[in-house]
Design a protein around this ligand. Sequence first.
Ligand SMILES: [Zn+2]
Length: 117
Amino acid sequence: MEQGLVSEDGKNARAVLCQRCGCKVLSAGVATLAKRELLLPSMKKTSLAENSEQECELLIEHWLVHDMFTFDNVGFSKDVGSIKFLVCADCEVGPIGWHNLKEQNSFYVALDRVHHE
Ligand SMILES: [Zn+2]
């Protein structure tokens, strides 16, 4: 992991930004580092809907947020079963994160899918 991303209390030391357009997803200090194995479809230029058989990637390090109002900006994909993928609110690049409708208070943003300010 890049150095300086996590503060001493396990929070994101830097703001989280969209890799493509720089839109701010999370302010610094609002999310907690969480390790969990989550499968996210690879980031492709085509939309999720057009690509039902796309490859998935296993991602382990995420910023965990407990309330969707914590996000500065975020969008959601259509439900895939009980899963919603998080996308950039501005340019809709993604998925950058993962949310299970059965775990209402957990939103994950993959460190590998975002930039840090
Ligand atoms: Zn964007």
